[in-house]
Ligand binder design. Structure first.
Ligand code: KIV
Ligand code: ZN
Length: 510
């Protein structure tokens, strides 16, 4: 008997992460290049195969971020998006040139709706544009991925023709986007199956799927695509992305891992123990807050409230848990550090949590840690994440908080005094307001000279307990532009001030 014949042939599902492109381009997803770099390092640790780092033609900032990521990432491919236009393709090529493994992702819509209303072009012209773009891309880069945008609403015969032609030009991956999140799982299955049966040279390319979540079926559609033969999945961490978002990486990966019976012979190279850490990073750096009931990474995803469930889980975990929380890197919040902990222990713990702060940022974070440890007895990993991410978020803050004072009560009009530091100089302002938060915000406006309008304000506790850090996330409208800010403190007024200054500093940074 030949043992090898009995062995299951394993096929890898390539994880193409587009958090930094489709996720970042959604309102609220916007990141600075330093933040993008931190996310890219974390995605590398997570083990994604391809990082779609941005859309270089979109802005000089995007170009810079893609090229920084291309220089820094050692494992996997770094990809950049381009329309079928020469300047786009050249920008994507130039930005990814320093990467060890660069990839260009070229896209063009193929649906009748897009041809008629967006391009006002006939099929033959679209066909020619796609072919010429891939030909140009292929001259510059050996790894070309092509996406017929809105594929799921395209006429199948035209779709087959385009796919066959771009593969002839050298496209190695054909991505099938459900751009509007319109399709449903059986349809996606049939589409991939039909492409495999009707495009004569399809075996020369890898089929990918890229699903949006407008009808809440992005993950189901992606997995259906996999069952039909797609071997690459586009996804984002926490499912962030345009409108309702993209297929979520953690759900795809854990479904493939958990349901081996369904996805037999398939695996990903994701280090699932890094999932929770990556999710927290995206939660903390963007405006997309993970809902408590979110699959895999939500706060309640592994907590059992009902007595019957708790009792059964204690007897045998698999009664109500289909996954081990430790497999996705969820550990119960442990007491890690206290006010007597030294800089070394602090730095080591941050490193273990995946942060790479330079000396200056580490020193500042340590000062913040000591301030917080003075007020808060128990410091948990989630507290440390907030402290470290505060340092990553702002590059060089123009305004820093020195001190503040607030009076407020049922019978007094709220009043606030705020002292800020601008380039080494202390400046202060005072104001009354409808409440203490309103008063401090008005006092800050007096100092900065901006007349900011508060567009959104959210407060959440980072950990449990009365002395938990409160994190404020807010949006300010200044000069018709929206800037978001975050700040954390054991004092919620201070957290609000920090968030407000974060947003103002982002405006100054821009
Ligand atoms: O949703 C979409 O169609 C896209 C393409 C650029 C692939 O994001
Ligand atoms: Zn998309």
């Amino acid at each position: 008997m030949n043992d090898a014949l009995d062995e299951e042939i394993m096929e890898k599902i390539i994880i193409f992460d587009t958090t930094l492109r489709d996720g970042e381009q959604a309102p609220g997803g916007s990141l600075t290049d330093q933040e993008k770099l931190e996310v890219a390092f974390q995605l590398e640790k997570l083990g994604v195969d391809v990082i779609e780092a941005g859309f270089p033609i979109a802005s000089p900032g995007d170009f810079k971020a893609v090229s920084k990521i291309s220089k820094a990432i050692k494992k996997g491919a770094v990809c950049a998006l381009a329309r079928c236009l020469k300047p786009d393709i050249e920008a994507a090529y130039n930005a990814t040139k320093p990467a060890r493994h660069p990839r260009l992702h070229i896209f063009l819509a193929t649906s009748k709706i897009h041809l008629k209303y967006k391009f006002r072009k006939a099929e033959d012209e679209i066909f020619r544009i796609a072919v010429e773009a891939v030909r140009l891309g292929r001259k510059l880069c050996s790894d070309i991925e092509f996406s017929p945008e809105d594929a799921t609403r395209s006429e199948k015969d035209f779709l087959y023709r385009v796919i066959e032609a771009v593969i002839k030009e050298g496209a190695k991956t054909i991505n099938i986007p459900d751009t509007t999140g319109y399709t449903y799982p059986q349809e996606m299955y049939s589409l991939i199956e039909d492409i495999r049966n009707n495009v004569p040279n399809i075996n020369k390319a890898i089929i990918a799927v890229h699903c949006h979540d407008d009808l809440g079926m992005a993950v189901a559609n992606s997995l259906s695509g996999v069952l039909a033969g797609a071997r690459q999945v586009h996804c984002t961490m926490n499912g962030i992305g345009e409108r309702a978002g993209n297929a979520s990486l953690e759900e795809i990966v854990m479904a493939i891992k958990t349901r081996r019976d369904v996805f037999s012979g398939l695996y990903t190279d994701i280090n699932t123990k890094e999932i929770f850490r990556t999710s927290r990073m995206i939660n903390n750096l963007t405006d997309f807050v993970v809902p408590p009931n979110k699959a895999i990474v939500g706060r309640n995803a592994f907590s059992h409230e009902s007595g019957i469930h708790q009792d059964a889980v204690l007897k045998k975990r698999i009664t109500y848990e289909i996954m081990d929380p430790r497999d996705v890197g969820v550990s119960s919040s442990q007491l890690i550090l206290g006010k007597h902990s030294g800089r070394h222990a602090f730095g080591d713990r941050l490193k273990a949590l995946g942060f790479r702060l330079n000396e200056e940022k580490l020193n500042k974070a340590f000062v913040r840690f000591k301030e917080i440890a003075d007020k808060k007895k128990n410091i948990f990993d989630d507290d440390l994440r907030i402290i470290a991410e505060d340092e990553i978020r702002v590059i060089k803050p123009l305004w820093r908080l020195v001190s503040f004072e607030v009076t407020s009560g049922t019978k007094v009009k709220p009043n606030a005094k705020v002292m800020l530091n601008k380039k080494g100089k202390a400046v202060s302002g005072a104001s009354s307001g409808d409440g203490p938060v309103d008063a401090v915000f008005k006092a800050i406006d007096k100092v900065t000279g901006y007349n900011a309008k508060l567009d959104d304000f959210r407060l959440e506790a980072v950990t449990s307990g009365k002395d938990a850090l409160g994190q404020v996330s807010l949006k300010l409208k200044i000069k018709d532009k929206i800037f978001s800010g975050r700040g954390a403190s054991t004092d919620i007024i201070e957290a609000a001030i920090r968030a407000y200054l974060d947003a103002v500093n982002r405006l100054e940074y821009k």
